[in-house]
Design a protein. Structure first.
Length: 153
């Protein structure tokens, strides 16, 4: 039988050898650490994709609204400077967002292009300009010279 002192020395030798073995091991990651990192990245991606998609849809909406406003302004300028004889060519605007019910504001029936004009007292003196959502992905902005107004179809 060994004595208690001899057992303590054996344990001390064992711990020293074990420390040396662990210190010689490469500094790589364990499988568990790698799985945890992959799981965290997967959760972050699952959160980020819907946010990215909604922002992408909003940017397409903004592009369509800006293109429609630009075409509307172009036709309005042509109508104001119209000479009374020539024909004003319509402007075609191709939609960037061609999905049904794509508007984030929930109003899928029309797109607001411009607010009506109000005077200094707050009385409305103009009309709101809206464009119907286009099922074929294209709008046509026309200057109506007989009624002196712009139409969006």
């Amino acid at each position: 039988m060994r004595t208690l002192v001899a057992q303590k020395w054996d344990m001390k030798d064992y711990l020293e050898k074990r420390r040396e073995e662990l210190s010689k091991r490469d500094g790589g990651f364990t499988l568990m650490e790698m799985l945890i990192v992959v799981a965290i990245i997967a959760v972050l991606i699952a959160i980020a994709i819907p946010v990215f998609t909604s922002q992408l849809e909003k940017s397409r909406e903004a592009t369509d609204k800006a293109n429609l406003r630009s075409a509307y302004a172009e036709q309005m300028a042509a109508l104001v400077s119209w000479d009374g004889k020539s024909e004003l060519a319509p402007v075609k605007v191709k939609a960037q967002q061609a999905q049904a019910n794509w508007q984030s504001d929930g109003d899928a029936a029309s797109i607001k292009i411009a607010d009506g004009i109000t005077d200094a007292k707050g009385n409305a003196s103009g009309v709101d300009v809206t464009a119907k959502v286009s099922p074929d992905g294209e709008w046509q902005v026309k200057a109506d010279t007989t009624n002196m107004k712009i139409t969006i179809e």
